[in-house]
Ligand binder design. Structure first.
Ligand SMILES: Nc1ncnc2c1ncn2[C@@H]1O[C@H](COP(=O)(O)OP(=O)(O)O)[C@@H](O)[C@H]1O
Ligand SMILES: [Mg+2]
Length: 246
């Protein structure tokens, strides 16, 4: 299991983030941080700007305003591959595995360009599979032939194989049954506890949020409406209004 010696390196800080699409303020002056060793929930109605926040953090979108710091270092405006190499990894709202590749190749792709020997790469793939409960017998199967819940875990494995400092997970519960959702929650808990990385979880299923998250940030129309424990935000009148309004 990877042990991060410098926990502060795994700290994600977002200050006054703004993103404009033409006249649309997708993100409007949003500030929050994700701490090492916690799962931070990012919730809000459809169109609130959640995925856009991930796209800014990972360099897919260039923020119009604000700063994003990883371990104290400003990363906003950097290219996606540079940010990935610094240790911010993600999964996608719609699973994006390489169709024609095996599970092994899909997971190994997450460690591409990190250097190291082939033996070390195979070792890392084996470790992350054990961590996520993926049977090694799956490794030579085409990734997209697997059941949906397993594909979600393969995507998590690809994100984790190169020992990220921050893991961003976008709606991992979509399309999963209750048992698979519970499994994802407990895997995320295990990952933060053993790796002491920061995990940010976007999820519509508030049961998953309550189960997986230490703290929650609520976005609405691109702004941070509330933050606190899952219990605190669930009882916040402005949060209730935003959800009913949606
Ligand atoms: N590439 C884009 N071009 C134009 N508008 C976008 C783009 N991506 C997101 N948006 C807009 O930004 C807002 C936030 O979208 P998104 O971040 O996907 O919300 P969420 O993930 O919370 O549902 C929406 O109004 C959406 O239409
Ligand atoms: Mg989204």
């Amino acid at each position: 299991m990877p042990v991060q010696t410098d926990r502060l390196a795994n700290h994600l800080e977002i200050r006054e983030l703004g993103l404009l699409f033409g006249g649309v303020r997708a993100i409007d002056n949003a500030s929050f941080e994700a701490l090492p060793g916690e799962v931070l929930g990012l919730i809000g109605p459809n169109g609130a700007g959640k995925t856009s926040v991930f796209n800014c953090i990972t360099g897919f979108y260039r923020p119009t305003h604000g700063t994003i710091r990883l371990g104290g270092r400003a990363i906003e405006g950097m290219r996606p591959h540079g940010i990935s190499r610094l240790g911010i990894r993600r999964t996608f709202q719609n699973i994006r595995l390489f169709n024609d590749l095996t599970v092994l190749h899909n997971i190994a792709a997450g460690a591409y360009a990190t250097g190291g020997s082939q033996a070390a790469l195979l070792e890392a793939v084996g470790q992350v599979c054990a961590e996520l409960g993926l049977d090694r017998q799956l490794l030579l199967q085409p990734a997209t032939s697997l059941a949906y819940g397993l594909q979600r875990r393969v995507e998590l494995a690809r994100a984790l194989v190169a020992d990220p400092r921050v893991l961003l997970v976008d709606e991992p519960g979509a399309g999963l049954n209750a048992q698979e959702k519970g499994l994802i929650c407990s895997l995320l808990r295990d990952v933060v506890r053993s790796r002491q990385i920061a995990v940010v979880l976007i999820e519509h299923d508030l049961g998953m949020i309550a189960r997986a998250c230490d703290r929650v940030v609520v976005l609405d129309h691109g702004t941070v409406l509330a933050q606190g424990t899952p219990q605190q935000v669930r009882n916040d009148p402005s949060v209730i209004a935003a959800y009913i309004g949606a």
